[in-house]
Design a protein around this ligand. Structure first.
Ligand SMILES: O=C(O)CCC(=O)C(=O)O
Ligand SMILES: [Fe+2]
Length: 350
């Protein structure tokens, strides 16, 4: 069930200019408007388990209520926390360990993770993100083996098997989320043509803090993701913030057994701006290094990103021209100069 907890306590990552790693090169301190509320929570088990409820229960009515709550949170936040997602904790733990080991490889090995697509391969933070390092695997499951062969020329079958199991489960989860998104918009008929077959991209991100005075500094600049949706797992360190509708940076509290789902720019475009992409960033929390695992789904290169007529009416005139993902992400990458990733979508396609 969705709930807004009251106060309790681009494809992808931004382009980062190269510069020496040093604390003095870190980005400016965070502003003073950080607040501690939780983002909306969506319990995935509710949609289906309630279908089996007993007498006197109208599953369609209940499900419509859930979907309209879901829709409201996508409209207001562009992101939500997902609970009861069904991916076993033990599997996530094994993936975390494997990815931490990837970051321990020599830099010249990690640099072999090159990609022809923006933000596809190895990224090392520069002046805008001196603590940040990231590697990418995509656009399909076979890329796991290609990645493994580069990192471990003598093979690493365990890495391949565990990652495959994890990424397949993530894809299944994305399928379910896409179906819910479409149902909440009343356009489920577009699932097979636009969302079932998509490109996948996995990124492992590590933030390695190198000096004591870094707390509160920005370790990944504000950005929206470029694809359709992103499912993010973070470890217990914390530091992720999302921008609320009111313009506050909301501290996302690491919560075991849950993921954060971000809607991306191209979903914003396809939905005719009914939904918006969630802006987020990461700040440094203490001295511990932080690991996050991001799984992105991207529209196929040949799919025109064009809002369906059902989502266009007098109240919602067409916001964007039709475009394709590769051109959009190339333009987004080319226009990222400072590391502060503004939402490029309106500039590109409005
Ligand atoms: O590390 C995080 O929590 C965020 C990562 C992220 O936003 C990204 O990879 O696009
Ligand atoms: Fe992101």
């Amino acid at each position: 069930m969705l709930r807004d907890l009251l106060p309790t306590t681009t494809l992808m990552a931004p382009a980062i200019p190269n510069s020496p790693d040093s604390c003095s090169a870190a980005a400016p301190p965070t502003d003073l408007r950080d607040i501690d509320i939780d983002i909306p929570v969506f319990d995935l088990s509710h949609i289906q388990s309630e279908r089996q409820a007993g007498e006197g229960f109208d599953p369609d009515y209940e499900e419509n209520l859930l979907l309209s709550e879901f829709r409201r949170c996508c409209e207001d936040w562009g992101c939500f926390r997902l609970t009861n997602h069904g991916i076993p904790d033990a599997l996530i733990g094994r993936v975390e360990t494997l990815c931490r080991n990837v970051f321990k490889l020599p830099t010249e090995t990690k640099e072999k993770n090159v990609s022809t697509v923006p933000y596809g391969g190895y990224i090392q933070g520069g002046s805008a993100a001196p603590f940040y390092e990231s590697l990418g695997i995509g656009p399909h499951f076979e890329a796991i083996h290609e990645f493994s062969d580069l990192m471990w020329p003598h093979g690493n079958e365990n890495f391949c098997q565990v990652m495959r199991e994890y990424l397949e489960k993530k894809k299944e989860l994305c399928d379910r989320i896409h179906k819910i998104i479409l149902a909440s918009l009343g356009v489920s008929n577009y699932y097979a043509s636009h969302f079932e077959h998509c490109k996948l991209w996995f990124r492992m991100n590590e933030y390695q803090v190198s000096c004591d005075e870094s707390s509160g500094l920005i370790s990944l600049p504000a950005h929206t993701d470029g694809g359709s949706i992103a499912i993010l797992h973070e470890d217990e360190v914390g530091g992720l913030q999302v921008l609320s509708k009111a313009g506050n940076w909301v501290n996302v509290k690491p919560t075991p057994n849950s993921f954060i789902v971000f809607l991306g720019d191209t979903l914003q475009a396809w939905s005719n701006k009914r939904f918006h992409s969630g802006k987020h960033r990461v700040i440094v929390k203490g001295r511990q290094s932080r690991l996050s695992l991001a799984f992105f789904t991207l529209f196929l290169d040949e799919t025109a990103i064009d809002a369906p007529p059902e989502l266009v009416d007098n109240e919602h005139p067409r916001h964007y021209r039709a475009f394709h993902y590769p051109e959009y992400i190339a333009s987004k990458a080319a226009n990222t100069i400072t590391g502060e990733w503004e939402n490029m979508l309106d500039a590109y396609a409005a």
